[in-house]
Design a protein around this ligand. Sequence first.
Ligand code: PMP
Length: 398
Amino acid sequence: MRFMARFDPIFQTALDHMADTHTRRVLRPVRHAGAATVIRDGRELVNFSSNDYLGLSHHPALRARAAQWLQQDGTGAGASRLVTGTTARHMQVEARLAAFKGCEAAMILASGWQANASVLAALLRLAAEQGAPPLVFTDRLNHASLHQGCMAAGVRQIRFRHNDLGHLDSLLERHAGNDARAMRVIVTESVFSMDGDRTDIAQLGALARRHGAFTYVDEAHATGVLGPQGRGLCAGHDIDLVMGTFSKALGGFGAYVAGSRALCDWLANACSGFVFTTAPPPAVLGAMDAALELAPTLDEARARLARNADHIRSVIHGCGLSSGPSTTQVIPIMIGEAAHALSFATRLETHGVLATAIRPPTVPPNGSRIRLALSAAHTDGMIDRLAHAITLATRRHA
Ligand code: PMP
């Protein structure tokens, strides 16, 4: 290959603009020294930026089953699911998943991003075939992958104010007179990734029923952590499709969709992110299988996580700062300007705490923050260190 750099000025100008607005990001390698610490630039830091909420990424049961299935079945599935990629292991994990989620059926996908981008797109394309363009109601703070799914289907989103089901209700009402054939689809998250607040799923289910709308709920940050035995906030409620990941509390990689048998059977035929990609490999499946077995037994870890989250929120408030609407293990420290969020993160790091500053475009302009993600793997000493670091960083910030 002859490498060409003719277009580099375009890339460089874009990068310079990001640098000017403090939004340029760079990749900084770390080494994971356990579920709760990383080594970066030779220094050990307590990790408050990972989504490994139960610390399962280093759990012996997950490692053992991943290693066992890898040894037995090799490193790759070799083909897509509809060709020769489906093994008894895939069926076993999907059956376990369906039982965990209390659904008729479930399917595994390569990643949460891929699931939202392709499952939602397929669903909205099918909806468009019902005789009229679908009406898609989305929370303003939905994850980028959910936007991607809507964009791929070419639908215009009707956005409701963040986590405001009253506003959603009024928008559904306003569009009630539209073509009766138009399928109504509500797309939201049960726990929001940057604010750490929850959707009232009972209310959402009731509202959707009243308006005859299909409900698509992303449980990426609730799976394994919230709901009875960590089954998510949709457990026991009327929801049409639940999506979630194995990459966060379940400590591995990959994602899932859970719902009715007909829905999953149809997706296996129509969802491009399932049909046109190689099946998940044995090691990944092994970690999924062990995580699904273990997660329901971890009530004590979930209770500790919730207690620690309450404590850290009170520390943040005690410093005169806001933790936004967080009621979960995801806790923002609201800062505002990107440059200030960056310097707050730097100060936390001097006290041995890794907590990333999240800046636009991930969050709205002037919505820069430190995003803390607590894990059951954090010891009491680590939580104390975080509390101390926040207090000291605030003093210098003021
Ligand atoms: N949905 C939400 C709400 C997320 O926060 C994320 C991960 N950042 C994803 C989907 C994507 O999941 P994955 O990391 O498995 O691709």
